[in-house]
Design a binder for this molecule. Structure first.
Ligand code: ATP
Ligand code: MG
Length: 250
């Protein structure tokens, strides 16, 4: 049952163990529609694992994930995508020999096998436009430079008509001017019905896109709250930078 207070996504006590290693250790997180949430933390903290647990690429050892009140934690990734979870990968994974537009087509038909061709074409045209890829629609994905490939990752996630968009380090490898473009892209895809989660080492992306953030450390939630407060938190700075109490994240 959903009530007006039911979060769009509710993660409760999620755990992922790899043998003796606890990659995610009893993490809770709630996402409301219309929000962009940052997930930060040092290398190996469990950020990508959390994204994979939500998207269903890996199964949780314990805990539950509810989308609109429905437990999706036992569903395979393909059904979660159909239920409205779209993700990008830390290392972009387009079909390299297919064109940009064909990559979007694959994503569309994966969730709507019976979509009408004309409707799918219109939706692709709009997606290509929104993500700044219209001029390279007919190029093979392998011909794209990095920022365009990241744009394609975002477009593929959007082609799943997602209610949850999971972005794993889309900023990695981009120079400062490209980060500015990426930030504009993220703002442009924000939607009052959708929740976006951004895993990112490029803190500027988190600062400029995410009103709230969560910090993971050794698989545990260290702190969660308004991003500006998180960045001013001494414990967070110490975890991130290995410094004493005088350094703040910028
Ligand atoms: N398939 C796996 N088998 C065993 N251990 C794994 C597996 N995937 C991840 N881990 C371990 O789980 C922990 C969390 O990894 P994860 O990739 O989620 O970290 P991360 O926060 O995304 O790091 P980064 O910032 O480097 O991307 C690490 O110790 C990692 O080595
Ligand atoms: Mg990662």
């Amino acid at each position: 049952m959903t009530t007006p207070d039911t979060p769009l996504l509710e993660i409760s006590g999620i755990v992922k163990r790899y043998g003796g290693l606890v990659a995610i250790d009893h993490v809770d997180l709630q996402l409301q529609p219309g929000t962009i949430t940052g997930v930060i933390g040092p290398n190996g903290a469990g950020k990508s694992t959390l994204i994979s647990l939500i998207g269903g690429a890996i199964a949780a050892s314990e805990g539950s994930i509810r989308l609109d009140g429905c437990d999706i934690s036992r569903l395979p990734a393909s059904e979660r995508a159909r239920a409205g979870i779209g993700r990008t990968y830390q290392i972009p994974r387009p079909f390299l020999d297919m064109t940009v537009e064909e990559n979007l087509e694959v994503a569309q038909y994966s969730i709507q096998p019976f979509i009408r061709a004309a409707e799918a074409r219109d939706e692709r045209a709009s997606l290509l436009d929104r993500t700044g890829l219209a001029d390279v629609a007919n190029l093979p994905a392998h011909a794209l430079p990095l920022l365009r490939r990241k744009r394609l990752e975002v477009a593929r996630a959007l082609a799943l008509r997602p209610r949850i968009i999971l972005l794993d380090e889309v900023g990695a490898g981009l120079v400062d001017s490209e980060i500015t473009e990426l930030i504009a892209l993220i703002h442009s895809i924000a939607d009052p019905r959708t929740a976006i989660v951004i895993v990112e080492h490029v803190l500027r992306v988190v600062r400029e896109c995410c009103a709230r953030s969560m910090v993971l450390n050794f698989g545990k939630k260290l702190v969660e709250g308004p991003t500006l407060e998180i960045f001013a938190n001494d414990e967070v700075a110490a975890v991130y930078l290995g410094t004493g109490t005088s350094t703040r994240l910028r």
